[in-house]
Design a binder for this molecule. Structure first.
Ligand code: CP
Length: 303
């Protein structure tokens, strides 16, 4: 394992292995507190982030390592026109591993091709967000004890939601998983993701009606309508509040439904849902830190 750009690079067995490390970190944090002593993580974020950047940094500190951070493109030489390839070559002289977020799909892949150290994709445009997927998978497994046989509902912006694309790609490998895709017509899952489901004969339905399908769901993965990916403000304003999850809308939901959201949320989940024991989105945040710790260890050959 050298770089992780797409969740498909990780086999089911490798994901199991990372979750096992995650569980061991939770049970025995002291065992890991010096593992990355002398190592440096560079977080290169060309797009805003709270969770991903800070959880990577918290992960490295909790492993005893250090962090070099570039929190926005304007404060870097990218603003003077430096290429992603050159940036990756330069950072390879300073750090042992890179976590990169970029608004352009494929930029972390370009970085990985030019760096001499491992690169982790921390989100590239509307494409992929593999470490969020590791957080999501770990959350599902900790809550449900399995992946097989689950009905997973995705609701909101399925067109631009890179976390949705990554999680579907990861979950489609498990037996008897079924997807329920809930979105306005304009924000349906892209064909390239849907075509894979068709080719693999994985059952899915598309609907605009969240309440209609609510009783079937084991997982409800809410998403934000992503203002930054729209070309037209008018379309964003029309679609942004398509779905707002409230306690009333959960009346028909399963008692053990797991409600997830990669965050940040805007209006898609009412704050009143936070006290529902089925709300798992803040657990997802913490699980993300453990999985990023596990991935850093694995990529640095320290696990
Ligand atoms: N879930 C997620 O990627 O959050 P940030 O944009 O805050 O990193």
């Amino acid at each position: 394992m050298k770089s992780v750009i797409d969740i498909r690079q990780l086999s089911v067995e490798e994901i199991d292995g990372l979750m096992e490390i995650g569980r061991d970190i939770i049970a025995n944090p002291g065992k890991y507190s010096e593992k990355c002593r002398g190592k440096k993580l560079a977080t290169l974020f060309f797009e805003p982030s709270t969770r991903t950047r800070l959880s990577f940094e918290a992960a490295m500190y909790e492993l005893g390592g250090n962090v070099l951070t570039m929190a926005d493109a304007q404060s870097s030489s990218a603003s003077k026109g430096e290429s992603v390839a050159d940036t990756a070559k330069v950072i390879s002289c300073y750090a042992d591993i890179i976590a990169m977020r970029h608004p352009k799909e494929g930029a972390p892949m370009v970085a990985a091709m030019n760096a001499t150290i491992p690169v982790i994709n921390a989100g590239d445009g509307g494409h992929n967000h593999p470490t969020q997927t590791l957080a999501d998978l770990f959350t599902i497994h900790r809550e449900k004890g399995r992946f097989e046989g689950l009905t997973v509902g995705f609701c909101g912006d399925l067109k631009f939601g890179r976390t949705v694309h990554s999680l579907i790609t990861a979950m489609e490998r498990y037996k008897d998983v079924r997807f329920v895709l809930i979105s306005p017509d304009e924000l349906k899952l892209p064909s390239y993701v849907k075509n894979t489901l068709k080719e693999k004969e994985i059952p899915y339905i598309q609907t605009r009606d969240l309440l209609l399908v609510m009783p079937e769901l084991d997982i409800l993965y809410m998403t934000r309508v992503q203002k930054e990916r729209f070309f037209n403000e008018e379309d964003y304003l029309r679609l942004k509040d398509s779905y707002i999850l409230t306690p009333e809308k959960l009346v028909e939901a399963k008692a053990d439904l797991c409600i997830m959201h990669p965050l940040p949320r805007v209006n898609e989940i009412s704050v009143a849902v936070d006290s529902d024991p089925r709300a798992c989105y803040f657990k997802q945040v913490l699980n993300g830190k453990y999985m990023r710790m596990a991935l850093i260890l694995k990529l640095l050959d320290l696990a």
